[in-house]
Write a new protein. Sequence first.
Length: 271
Amino acid sequence: MKILNTLSRIIIGLVFMFSGIVKAIDPLGSAYKFEDYSHAFHLDFLQFSVLPLVIFLCTVEFIAGFSVITGYRIRSGIIVVMILMLIFTPLTFILALTNPVSDCGCFGDAIHLTNWQTFGKNLFLFIFAIILFRGRNNIIQQHNSLKDWLIISGTATVTIIFSLLNLKFLPVMDFLPYKRGIHIPEKMIIPEDKPVDEYKTTFIYEKDGIQQEFTLDNFPATDSSWTFIDQKSVLVKKGYEPPIHDFSVISTNNEGASVKYAPSLGRSILL
């Protein structure tokens, strides 16, 4: 049981610290993701507060993980972890069912997970959170209470300052494809051995007032009695997507335009 508790502390601690720090590296990018969620759930009135909320959340996550893995105020850290798991596990299940935003953003731009992958990750972590929560009263605090709170408070302060510095200046680490020294045209190439997107194309024709759908194999290309109405293409299998696939230079007057890349936005801005 002691080995299981230690394993649970390591897994929970590392995951929560990692989740908190990658959000702190790019708080503005995480804020955009939170805005997507607030818009998807028609909570636009919350958008003014998403940036402070992101900084608060990444600080809480990092401190909770730090507490669990180091033992400083570990009981409090376990309770915070359990509260977060009780909130986000059912929430990610709802997101997986409704899929309002394709990327959860729980690990910032460092690791991209689908909503179902995020829900599975939370179920996995929830097991270890329960183990820690059930055994929290058996944990003996090894440190002085005042010293613990000073260390926790100091770590929280450093985390907040770190977030604000990344907000004021460029993130200390750019997880997006546009990094200094990257050759953009090279990163836009799709290698020959990589799979491409596969689409199912359907043609809609009309004859004698009746519309019928055809595929590429049987559409009436030589039968003039059919009248073409519409065409639909549906993506059936996603192919390889190059690291840089959304870069463009736009000019409103057909002249040269300078482009500045915003790391937090992940796209180009016309200057």
